[in-house]
Design a protein around this ligand. Structure first.
Ligand SMILES: Nc1ncnc2c1ncn2[C@@H]1O[C@H](COP(=O)(O)OP(=O)(O)O)[C@@H](O)[C@H]1O
Ligand SMILES: [Mg+2]
Length: 255
């Protein structure tokens, strides 16, 4: 693994028509670390993530996985690459028609093709316990609070035993207490399970609570990438604004 990067984005550009969202973006994500990408709404944070997981194709540039271009992988390797990611998106995206148990079992059955019912039951219950939702398998998503939905979605993301977990604004719409409990979960996923975490965030205090590395995406480019300590000292105007205004939402910070 070159440079310790599990995933490395190299000179990636992406436009939609006239809207250039990413321009020559390069960033490496160190194996075993929590990296947090910050930036205002609409700057392309989700577009960056979608390029990494292959939902979008870049116009130019490359993505390396363990030092190898994902565009040079054969079908089987590419499938493995896709399965090395677990995601937690803005909305938790549980299947409303399935109870919590079936939601978590779904990737085991559909992706991993596991048929052993007892294994599945043990695995799902273990994951539910791990995220702090023991005994909730029979509940339906509509019966869960916002925080419980996120936890259930995390349990489902863990079901394919990923190497990398992606969190796209996991605390958006949650109150501060719940947000902190999601931060704790991210730290536990990283500490106890050793997973690399890539988190997209809006929330500067939370970013400083959890990040090993912080990247700022602004105006189509990565304008800062470094440790929280380096972030505080960096002479990057937009980063300074975010930090000094960190008691307000980043979207309230002017240009
Ligand atoms: N599939 C798409 N087609 C066209 N434009 C898109 C698409 N996805 C994102 N965009 C545009 O790209 C820009 C960045 O979006 P996004 O990555 O969602 O921002 P954010 O930083 O809030 O996650 C926005 O201007 C958005 O309208
Ligand atoms: Mg987004």
């Amino acid at each position: 693994m070159k440079n310790g990067y599990i995933v490395e984005v190299k000179k990636l550009s992406k436009s939609f028509g006239d809207n250039q969202v990413l321009n020559d973006v390069s960033i490496g994500f160190v194996d075993g670390e929590i990296s947090v990408v910050i930036g205002k709404s609409g700057t392309g944070k989700s577009v960056l993530i979608k390029n990494i997981i292959g939902i979008l194709k870049p116009d130019a540039g490359d993505i390396l996985y363990n030092g190898k271009s994902i565009y040079a992988l054969d079908t089987q390797e590419y499938t493995q690459y896709r399965q090395s990611f677990g995601y937690l998106f803005q909305e938790s995206a549980l299947f409303d028609s399935m109870n919590v148990f079936d939601n978590i079992a779904f990737p085991l059955v559909e992706v991993k093709k596991i048929k052993d019912k007892r294994y599945i039951e043990r695995f799902v219950n273990e994951k539910l316990e791990w995220v702090g939702l023991p005994g909730t398998g029979k509940l339906y998503p509509a019966e869960l609070s916002g925080g419980m939905k996120k936890r259930a979605a995390l349990a489902r993301a863990l079901a394919i035993s990923p190497q990398i977990l992606l969190f796209d604004e996991p605390t958006t719409g949650l109150d501060p207490v719940l947000s902190e409990s999601i931060d704790e979960l991210i730290l536990r996923v990283n500490n106890e399970l050793g997973l690399t975490c890539i988190v997209i965030s809006h929330d500067i205090p939370a970013t400083f609570r959890i990040a090993h590395k912080i990247a700022l995406l602004h105006d189509t480019r990565i304008q800062f990438h470094g440790t929280p300590r380096e972030a505080v000292a960096a002479d990057v105007p937009m980063l300074k604004k975010f930090i000094t205004n960190s008691f307000v939402s980043v979207d309230e910070v002017g240009d």
